[in-house]
Design a protein around this ligand. Structure first.
Ligand code: MCA
Ligand code: AMP
Length: 521
């Protein structure tokens, strides 16, 4: 008999027997039972399947592009997309028209879901790109998606899928050129979620505080799959607010955040050992956790943050141990400044620029292989080929070392990338927009340390001969075109950019020159 490897089947099998038990409670006091999750996702899946979407020539399942504010209904839409066997394409709510135009043009979704407020411009882009179905979904549960789904049956059998079948496309910006869509399969997502359930010791009675956005791997996959696969209740925060998270700690056991969330909670006097006493596990990832934050958290709460490392292309790759566990050959403790051990099933190696493996302790390029690693970039076979070694390891673009015990430390990136508050900003993309502005000859964007976001972008712009430029005006001009987190926090006008003898811009000199710009006094 053909087993159904649809990820939803595994998630649904983990729902508790009592379907009327509480599954999600929102920060506005709304409560959803497991039956609500099941029924509503069935109704939305039936709606998607009723649309009679014609097969595409490449045989790929239909894509559902979603740019909506965080809500439980948005999570249900994700589950519905899995059930229908379609492909989920989440989009950051900060993305502006030009960015959305690119994603829709590139992914050719059959269905687009946006907020009512954005419907006029999103639908125009979508219809022009050939999308026939554009629905709206608002945080007050209004909009055409739920209205249409309410007429559909609340029973649905998940469409049969194989482990290698595509189920999500996550766009990650490219170091050069446009964003690339990382293609993740049911098998990628399920294998990672099942392994993390065990590795992080998910247990009966766990309650997750969910305070991250749900359009990236961290909030969408790591957090949601973790809770669902354990049949665990979620305390659902529509937006991160440090005070509200701290207030919920006594009712929860697990929290996941990017380092900025920990930094902001540490600034609150309400964060105490007593307040955090009920918690079992604090997990950090998506950006480097400063060792000071690691120690401050230990001192203030008595808990040791577990840092892990992952990517959109691979989901989770390494993790500090939850407990020393002989099965995983982890004898150690959670070590600050490291991202822990390669997860079970993940092969990780550190290689030199020629691809030769390096001995323990030496710094080089991190490459990975495993059931969690994506199949390739959407419609970019050449880019995919470039990013894999001949023997099938994915080149992460991260630079690090692995010690004798197996702990991995990330020391930098070979890709020109800034990670700001857990969001990725590719300088090449922002420089491209700046260089197109009137009077701009060229520009460079570098990442500098920032006490809140960890790292932020700073722009250095060279005017064309005879032109007079104003840094503030240039940044204001970028705001209409790019997501707000990509806008550099400062812009300097300079007569030229420092270059080496090969003519390459020496970004390290610019980084050095501006490294104390945001240093606390
Ligand atoms: C907001 N702003 C930012 C950022 N967020 N600037 C730089 N970097 C940011 N991350 C700016 C806005 O542009 C705006 O500026 C001002 O701050 C206020 O915006 P608002 O939206 O109100 O900010 P916030 O609510 O305080 O958001 C901060 C945040 C958020 C909560 C830290 O950035 C966030 O949720 N980050 C988490 C991202 C995440 O989930 N990453 C996981 C990726 P202005 O007013 O001038 O416009 S998955 C991943 O990386 C891999 C796979 C992994 O390992 O997990
Ligand atoms: P994304 O493109 O959003 O999937 O971001 C993936 C990148 O985030 C990785 O390639 C790393 O550079 C970075 N990253 C994720 N987790 C960590 C971590 N714990 N420490 C340092 N960098 C991290």
């Amino acid at each position: 008999m053909n087993k159904n490897h649809n990820l939803f089947v595994a998630l649904r099998a983990a729902f508790p027997a009592d379907l009327d038990a509480l599954a999600v409670e929102t920060d506005e006091g709304q409560c959803y039972s497991w039956r609500d999750l099941d029924r509503a996702s069935a109704m939305m899946a039936n709606l998607l399947q009723s649309l009679d979407i014609p097969p595409t020539p490449d045989g790929m399942p239909p894509r559902v592009a979603v740019q909506v504010d965080k809500s439980v209904e948005a999570m249900m839409l994700y589950l519905a997309t899995l059930r229908a066997g379609f492909v989920f394409l989440p989009l950051n709510t900060a993305y502006q028209q030009a960015e959305i135009e690119y994603f829709i043009g590139n992914a050719e979704p059959a269905v687009v879901v946006c907020t009512g407020a954005n419907f006029p411009w999103v639908s125009q882009i979508a219809f022009q790109a050939g999308t026939r179905h554009v629905f709206t979904l608002n945080t007050d549960r209004s909009g055409s998606l739920l209205e249409r789904a309410s007429h559909c049956s609340d029973e649905q059998t998940p469409v049969v899928r194989q482990p290698e079948d595509l189920t999500a496309i996550l766009y990650t910006s490219g170091t050069t050129g446009r964003s690339k869509g990382a293609m993740l399969s049911h098998g990628n997502l399920l294998s990672n979620a099942v392994m993390l359930k065990d590795y992080w010791g998910w247990q009966p009675g766990d309650v997750l505080i969910h305070a991250l956005p749900i359009f990236h791997v961290h909030g969408l996959f790591v957090a949601i799959h973790g809770a669902l696969l354990n049949g665990s209740q979620m305390l659902w925060h529509a937006k991160f607010d440090p005070k509200r998270v701290i207030a919920d700690l006594p009712r929860a056991t697990v929290f996941m955040g990017v380092p900025t969330l920990y930094v902001r909670m540490l600034a609150e006097s309400a964060l105490t050992k007593k307040q955090a006493a009920h918690m079992r596990l604090f997990i950090s990832g998506s950006a480097p956790l400063l060792i000071e934050t690691f120690h401050d958290w230990q001192a203030r709460t008595g808990h040791t943050i577990l840092e892990r490392y992952g990517m959109s292309e691979t989901i989770m790759l390494t993790s500090n141990p939850y407990v020393a566990d002989a099965r995983y050959r982890n004898q150690g403790e959670r070590r600050g400044g490291t991202v822990g051990f390669p997860l079970p099933g993940v092969s990780l190696r550190v290689v030199d620029d020629a691809g030769a493996p390096l001995p323990a302790g030496e710094i080089g390029n991190i490459q990975v292989k495993g059931p969690n690693v994506f199949a390739g970039y959407w419609r970019m076979p050449e880019k995919t080929a470039e990013e894999f070694s001949i023997d099938g390891f994915f080149k992460t673009g991260d630079v690090g070392r692995q010690d004798e015990q197996g702990y991995v430390t990330i020391v930098g990136r070979s890709k020109d990338l800034i990670i700001s508050g857990g969001y990725n900003v590719y300088p090449a993309e922002v420089e491209g927009y700046l260089n197109d502005m009137p009077g701009v000859a060229e520009s460079a964007i570098v990442g500098v340390p920032h006490p809140d976001f960890g790292e932020v972008g700073v722009a250095i712009v060279v005017p064309r001969p005879g032109a007079t430029l104003d840094g503030g005006a240039l940044l204001a001009g970028l705001k209409d075109r790019l997501a707000n987190f990509k806008i550099p926090k400062r812009c300097f006008i300079a007569p030229e950019l420092p270059r080496n003898t090969m003519g390459k811009v020496q970004k390290n000199l610019l980084r050095d020159a501006h490294k104390t710009l945001f240093a606390p006094d």
